[in-house]
Write a protein that binds this ligand. Structure first.
Ligand SMILES: [Zn+2]
Length: 212
């Protein structure tokens, strides 16, 4: 199997928080993007990189842009998924992981809003933020052949925890999956992020960006 074809650095992404030298990672040929939400309002430390994704997108509200940080090459495994002994592979199964800074939890959203703390509640993300994620997905489609499609079910958090919305893939389905999904779809995992992100709009924006 050939590995690591295509550009390994997302254009414009900051690499000051690079963890690949410390944690290595497996060589892959990515065909899946997994989306997470950080449940915080700033770039996480990721326990010094021990649970870091490939990329983090941090909102810049003044500029109405996402600032991208890259922590591992596109075709190197990162570390934000659980992987149990036996069963299927997760982090290393040709997955590029993205953490979106913000929340999918309506309670956290309400709490931050009450304190006037700027944040993205991803189920109601502003269009500029969805379009910025879509631009990344379009780049992954063009340069890494990640299909612009994904699961039908994107239940809201907290229903999405465990498999509360019936959304989580079986091992067999996961092994065969190519496209864009959330942490809440990955087997051997219980987290419910990114919840009810508007996946239809996101993929629609990504398809139009891929044609530009
Ligand atoms: Zn997650």
């Amino acid at each position: 199997m050939s590995t690591r074809t295509g550009p390994q650095h997302y254009p414009g992404a900051n690499r000051d928080h690079w963890y690949q030298d410390d944690f290595g990672g497996d060589r892959m040929e990515v065909n899946v993007v997994v989306l997470h939400t950080t449940e915080g309002r700033s770039l996480p430390d990721y326990q010094g990189g021990a649970v870091a994704p490939n990329l983090t997108a941090v909102p810049d509200f003044a500029a109405r842009k996402l600032k991208w940080y890259q922590h591992f090459d596109i075709d190197i495994s990162s570390r934000a998924l659980m992987n149990k002994r036996g069963g299927v592979e997760t982090n290393t199964l040709n997955v590029c992981q993205v953490e979106l800074v913000g929340t999918c939890d309506p309670e956290t959203h309400t709490k931050w809003a009450a304190r006037d703390q700027a944040h993205i509640y991803w189920p109601k993300a502003p269009e500029w933020a969805l379009r910025a994620v879509a631009a990344y997905l379009a780049w992954m489609n063009i340069h890494h052949d990640v299909p612009l499609r994904g699961p039908a079910l994107w239940p809201a958090y907290p229903k999405s925890s465990g498999n509360g919305g019936g959304q989580r893939m079986s091992g067999a389905r996961w092994n065969a999956f190519k496209g864009v999904c959330g942490h809440m779809h990955v087997p051997e995992n219980t987290h419910g992020d990114p919840g009810a992100i508007d996946f239809e709009a996101l993929i629609g924006f990504a398809k139009s960006a891929a044609q530009d």
